[in-house]
Design a protein around this ligand. Sequence first.
Ligand code: HEM
Length: 147
Amino acid sequence: MQKRRFVGIGIAVLGGFLLLSVPNESVAGAHLVYERIGYQSGVETVVDYFLANVGGDDRVNGRFSDTDMAQLRGHLIDQVCEATDGPCTYKGKNMREAHAGMGITEAEFAIIAGHFAAAMEKAGVSASDHATIMSVLSAMQDDIVGQ
Ligand code: HEM
């Protein structure tokens, strides 16, 4: 009886451990997000939709008036590719350096993040991959806002 209870507890603990390890597994296997997005051309589509959204939004497009947009596009493609575990290496500045001295507000960050979310939706990125990528963006907020 006692032994059976131990086995039961053991199975419950193991089950809990396996359940807990599922989210980690999906983060560790993020290259699958890159694949499901549609590899390089899928990443480029998302970034192009995103840049079109930003360019059409008068609340934030003035920020990019002096920016080399072709270079920014390249950096964003590498960044998204790398963040989804694709075969790219982001070679731009880190997020704190890239936005230093700009005084970007939380509201602007929310607008930009919203444009990225809309771009993923338009490109047909699944809800769970969408959530994974948005959590990567959210983690950058402190390095971008208020620098
Ligand atoms: C999740 C949010 C964001 C990400 C992932 C992101 C990413 C980047 C990257 C990769 C670069 C290029 C860095 C380099 O050239 O080395 C960059 C530059 C820039 N970002 Fe962001 N950014 C974000 C939010 C914002 C926001 C909210 C604004 C302002 C509304 C902004 C304005 C700019 C500007 C103006 C530049 C270009 C600076 C230049 O001309 O050299 N970014 N960003």
